[in-house]
Design a protein around this ligand. Structure first.
Ligand code: PLP
Length: 397
């Protein structure tokens, strides 16, 4: 028998699979609120003007397609560190960060998973219930066991801090705790500054290793404000890992740009950690793709482009907040029973709408409205043209 005949069809990705179904749906009024990609008022995922201009500059330059260093270009890594930890931060100056340019946030999370399993010899990672569906897949593939801590309170539509802390306090020493640094996916519910201090304190006391997934920096309150969790963990003197992504905040989804940083105790420890990370990268994808990181560096090295990018990021953030508000008004106008004001308070692109799996099914079958089965909505997919249709359909379901 041919070996390939034995291969079974794998189930489609729970989120990207729905996008495929959406693409194939012939209904002209179909609405896609599934995948986590920012969309503007016209329903497009825009190419930022700052990115377009940076690409023009890069095209004019006499480029080389030589390999990048295994952990990425030093200029790019310097920018990544400054954006996440703050310009001139003590951790940067004392060289106690081991930083790697990773292919997007996903690449960073997988590198972190491999590092945890292969270099630290740890086995267990705790993730929030619920969390981004791909966390399960990434860490399972890296050989980790996944456990969950409570996070969301469906009654208040807010954070279940008490439940979360109660479980964190029971976690064995050296286990890994994955936290969403801002714009929690899928709930849109974030801890406050005070809550982050409480979480950091427990991680310190219990000797847990926090892994911060920072995929939406700049989508909640602002570039610097959104690093509140990073500051809390730094102030408590913790060692931790950060995986950051530029897919959303630079709109560079397809260029696969991100970074993974390990915050070590001192420069010597960071250098040893970096040597291990390089081995993992070298035996996986060898070295990172250059184009996206060159765009980010070009923008951040140029005062005018940087200002333009910050304005464009602000426009995306403001639109999301306006859409949230208009969506809540629309639901009320359409006569959907219940108080949906919590949608205004949630942060980032996602909203845990509270729609049941049955309603989600009906919306898809009867109205060609695509929502992931947990009821998570990408609010950026709502615009002036589809909002009334959406709200009326929700009222019917
Ligand atoms: N982490 C979370 C919570 C996400 O929602 C996403 C993307 O949707 C990622 C990581 C990965 O982003 P990237 O596209 O940069 O791999």
């Amino acid at each position: 028998m041919n070996l390939f005949e034995l291969v079974q069809t794998a189930p489609p990705d729970p989120i990207l699979g729905l996008s495929e179904a959406f693409k194939n749906d012939p209904n002209p009024d179909k609405i896609n609120l599934t995948v986590g990609v920012y969309q503007d008022e016209s329903g497009k995922s825009p190419l930022l003007e700052s990115v377009r201009r940076a690409e023009e500059i890069l095209a004019r330059g006499a480029g080389s397609k030589g390999y990048l260093p295994i952990n990425g270009h030093p200029d790019y890594l310097g920018h990544c560190q400054a954006l996440v930890f703050g310009e001139g931060n003590e951790m940067i100056l004392t060289k106690r960060l081991a930083s790697v340019h990773t292919p997007g946030g996903t690449g960073g999370l997988r590198l972190a998973g491999d590092f945890i399993r292969r270099s630290l010899g740890q086995r267990t990672i705790w993730v929030s219930n619920p969390t981004w569906a791909n966390h399960q897949g990434i860490f399972t593939a890296a050989g980790l066991d996944i456990k969950t801590y409570p996070y969301y309170n469906p009654e208040t539509h807010g954070l279940n801090l008490e439940g979360m802390i109660t479980v964190l306090e029971t976690i064995p020493e050296n286990d890994i705790v994955l936290l969403h640094a801002c714009c929690h996916n899928p709930t849109g519910v974030d801890p406050t500054e005070e809550d982050w201090e409480t979480i950091a304190k427990v991680c310190k006391e219990r000797k847990l290793l926090p892994l911060l997934d920072f995929a939406y920096q700049g989508f909640s309150k602002g570039w610097i404000d959104d690093a509140v969790a990073i500051r809390a963990f730094s102030e408590y003197g913790l060692e931790f890992i950060v995986c950051s992504s530029f897919s959303k905040n630079f709109g560079l989804y397809q260029d696969r740009v991100g970074a993974m940083h390990v915050v070590a105790k001192n420069a010597d420890e960071a250098a040893r950690i970096l040597s291990q990370l390089k081995v993992i990268v070298r035996t996986n994808y060898s070295n990172p793709p250059a184009h996206g990181s060159a765009i980010v560096s070009t923008i951040l090295n140029d005062t005018e482009l940087r200002q333009l990018w910050e304005e464009e990021l602000k426009t995306m953030r403001s639109r999301i907040n306006t859409v949230r508000s208009e969506f809540v008004d629309g639901l009320e106008k359409a006569g959907v029973p219940g108080d949906f004001s919590f949608i205004r308070e949630q942060k980032g692109m996602f909203s845990f709408s509270g729609l049941s799996e049955e309603s989600v099914q009906k919306l898809r079958q009867d109205h060609a409205i695509y929502i992931v089965k947990s009821g998570r909505i990408n609010v950026a997919g709502i615009n002036d043209k589809n909002r009334d249709t959406l709200c009326r359909a929700i009222a019917q379901c």
